[in-house]
Design a protein around this ligand. Structure first.
Ligand SMILES: Cc1cc2nc3c(=O)[nH]c(=O)nc-3n(C[C@H](O)[C@H](O)[C@H](O)COP(=O)(O)OP(=O)(O)OC[C@H]3O[C@@H](n4cnc5c(N)ncnc54)[C@H](O)[C@@H]3O)c2cc1C
Length: 330
């Protein structure tokens, strides 16, 4: 397994129970990605974020099935106990990053169209605290998630000029406007780019910060920034979407929504960003902002398996059979 997030751990539990010798390589520590947004509350209840087998092995101290946990509570109440519980059966290497995957003797150009004949093992280049090494496996599950591999904010889905120079990793994450360093967000003008639930979370949080204004850019030109899921079975998600949409619609709110706007270029830095925007409503303009937060989604790191023959969907980048099934359901 690559990654000791919730999916890697659940997969390892199942794998070990099926009799496989099971190893997890985790780039950071168990639950590292979830910890990066630990202050944010999940909108799905605990029972939807855990397996029956996982809940059973973690035992009575686990969260209640209907609990809406923060990322930190999910990590300390379930992900870490699950890792400890499976520790006897599964080897978990922390600070052990998988850099690349191939096969022992069947290289990328071998057996084209005949991969079902492949019998050799996978080889993985792993970078750990003591240097690089090679591991081998019969089966590899990429459970490395997407968080940390953020999409750019530029028009066309690529970086806009200046973006790679002035934006830092933290500018693509969800700030904690109530934790350490929260004071920085007071009396600021923040530019938020994105139209998903992470962007909505940030807009709602910033709107509650004293004297802070938000300019919210969404690529879509719909009636509202986010669409409500019809009869949403997750009330917390519906409440978030409703709150964000109301802020965008309310002219007296601290949120100025620019639907259909595109980010053309960015310069400056914290406290003095200038962002060139093409706004169908107001034309081209340069917006001055204290901070820019890019929440335009994340993708898997596909470079990991670039030396394998993975048939990918050209639109989503997902493995084709999985992508086709998901698109078929959409
Ligand atoms: C703010 C926020 C709120 C969310 N709320 C919900 C919600 O309410 N309900 C829901 O179902 N989902 C929610 N999600 C989605 C949530 O992230 C996933 O459901 C869940 O964390 C995915 O688990 P994962 O194990 O696939 O990935 P992750 O949790 O991202 O774990 C991947 C792990 O792999 C490790 N890793 C990455 N690359 C490598 C490498 N090369 N080598 C070794 N290790 C590596 C990482 O360090 C990490 O520990 C939310 C996400 C965010 C960002």
């Amino acid at each position: 397994m690559i990654g000791a997030g919730p999916i890697g751990l659940e997969a390892a539990l199942r794998s070990a129970a099926s009799g496989f010798e099971t190893v997890i390589h985790e780039r950071g520590t168990v639950g590292a990605n979830v910890r990066r947004w630990g202050h944010v509350e999940l909108f799905s209840p605990f029972v939807m974020n855990s397996s029956q087998a996982g809940r059973k092995i973690v035992g009575a101290g686990r969260p209640a099935d209907d609990a809406l946990l923060s990322g930190d509570e999910f990590a300390s109440g379930y992900i870490e106990p699950l890792a400890r519980a499976i520790g006897g059966e599964v080897t978990i290497h922390e600070h052990s990053q998988v850099v690349a995957i191939s096969r022992e003797s069947t290289w990328k150009h071998h057996l084209v169209g005949r991969r079902s004949e492949v019998t050799d093992r996978f080889v993985l280049l792993v970078e750990g605290s003591e240097g690089e090494s090679v591991d081998t496996a019969d089966v590899v599950l990429d459970c490395s998630g997407t968080w940390g591999n953020h999409n750019p904010i530029g028009a066309g889905g690529i970086w806009c000029p200046g973006e790679r120079r002035v934006m830092t990793t933290g500018d693509y994450e969800i700030p904690n406007t109530e934790g350490d360093g929260a004071g920085w967000y007071t009396r600021r003008h923040m530019l938020v780019v994105g139209s998903g639930h992470s962007a909505a979370t940030v807009v709602v949080a910033l709107s509650g910060v004293s004297e802070t204004r938000v300019t919210w850019i969404t690529r879509g030109q719909k009636e509202t920034p986010l669409e409500l899921v019809g009869d949403d079975p997750l009330p917390a998600r519906a409440a978030l979407v409703t709150a964000a949409n109301q802020l965008a619609a309310d002219e007296s709110s601290p949120v100025d929504w620019l639907p259909g706007a595109l980010v053309l270029a960015i310069d400056g830095g914290p406290g003095h960003f200038s962002v060139a925007v093409d706004d169908p409503g107001r034309g081209r303009q340069v917006i001055a902002a204290d901070g820019v937060l890019g929440l335009t989604g994340c993708r898997p790191d596909r470079s990991l398996y670039g030396e394998l023959q993975v048939h990918e969907c050209y639109a989503t980048g997902g493995p084709i059979r999985l992508a086709a099934q998901l698109l078929g359901e959409a």
